[in-house]
Design a protein around this ligand. Structure first.
Ligand SMILES: Nc1ncnc2c1ncn2[C@@H]1O[C@H](COP(=O)(O)OP(=O)(O)O)[C@@H](O)[C@H]1O
Ligand SMILES: [Mg+2]
Length: 328
């Protein structure tokens, strides 16, 4: 379900301003406002380049030098402990995420996966332990600052601005990277217009990249559930994160939707992003991840390649008693 609240503290409900140069935004706004129209748009009509998957991938790729050094840690979690009323939801957990990889964080329900995410992304302050990102400690910095540092996430339950169009939802993500001051936005300086136009172009490329370009003008709350999940990913990518954290992105999907989503996650990594993927369905992550960390009752019980983890007796035991379709 959608919720109108702002997950990252960004301003809510603000439409994408249509400046004189924002042609694509005008087209989208027109499609969204026309009660007769289906709100389906043809992305190639808006920008012919959107018909070329390679051009789309290039537009979506992070606009920075990609440092992909195998073995080099982008994020290091050390001795991380999160207690709620004396109970440890996460107990002395350490692992690292290497640049350019897809790391799977798996474990049965209640294992502490979301808590770990929340501690990394500033939602919870760890009781003990440290998180080091891109060479410096995250400490007690707040969520929106963590976004600026380069970590973006999606939520286990979809959180979108339901009354805004798909494109507007994504443009809110690009906003996080804007340089224009509030004054620049109010005074509508040329830089402001340029940034808005770039945001719309990039927003359309992101929607196309995740497979929902034709839905750009649709209200987020009207999108089918699977498209809402894809939109959330597009919005997270809009901030050009160094690390993209996905919390059970395939929850509620049927098997073929799950397979398609795993394909998208690989495409995202191939485009230059590093991904932390939470999933409790072990089989699902087997074919996608480079390495896997397994949690059970808040503790790390295994770490290694998908094959090592699958054959690990402690992991097999942790997954006993859950339905067969969740066992590799
Ligand atoms: N805000 C909270 N307050 C109290 N207990 C919590 C809170 N968040 C999570 N927990 C507890 O921490 C444990 C791990 O939860 P969670 O991280 O959501 O697991 P997972 O995402 O692996 O399913 C569970 O026992 C859960 O009840
Ligand atoms: Mg969870």
């Amino acid at each position: 379900m959608t919720s109108p609240q702002s997950p990252s503290g960004a301003d809510s409900g603000r439409p994408v301003p249509g400046g004189p140069d924002v042609d694509a935004a005008d087209q989208i706004a027109e499609a969204a406002a026309d009660p007769e129209a289906t709100a389906i748009v043809d992305p190639a009509d808006i920008d012919p380049a959107l018909a070329d998957p390679e051009a789309v991938a290039e537009a979506v790729a992070p606009q920075r030098e990609i440092v992909t050094a195998e073995g080099e840690a982008l994020l290091e979690v050390s001795g991380l402990t999160v207690e709620f009323g004396g109970l440890a939801a996460l107990d002395d957990v350490s692992f690292e995420i290497r640049r350019g990889e897809i790391l799977g964080l798996i474990g049965p329900n209640g294992a502490g996966k979301t808590t770990c995410f929340n501690a990394i992304t500033g939602v919870y302050t760890p009781t003990r332990g440290t998180v080091t990102f891109d060479g410096s400690p995250l400490g007690k910095i707040k969520q929106h600052k963590i976004t600026r540092r380069g970590i973006a996430r999606t939520f286990q339950n979809v959180r979108l601005w339901g009354e805004m169009t798909a494109l507007e939802n994504v443009c809110v993500g690009t906003d996080a990277r804007h340089q224009t001051s509030v004054f620049g936005a109010i005074a509508r300086t040329p830089r402001h217009y340029r940034e808005e136009r770039d945001a719309v172009d990039r927003g359309m490329a992101l929607l196309e990249f995740v497979g929902i370009g034709p839905r750009a003008a649709e209200k987020a709350s009207n999108l089918p559930y699977g498209d809402q999940r894809r939109l959330e990913i597009a919005r997270a990518l809009a901030t050009e994160p160094k690390l993209l954290c996905l919390d059970e992105p395939a929850a509620g999907f049927n098997p073929s939707e799950k397979t398609a989503l795993m394909g998208l996650i690989q495409k995202i990594r191939d485009d230059g992003y590093t991904v932390l993927l939470i999933e409790h369905d072990m089989r699902l992550v087997m074919g996608v991840t480079d390495r896997i960390v397994v949690l059970e009752f808040g503790r790390k019980i295994a770490e290694g390649s998908p094959r090592d983890v699958r054959d690990n007796p402690a992991v097999v035991a942790a997954y006993l008693g859950v339905p067969d379709d969740q066992i590799a």
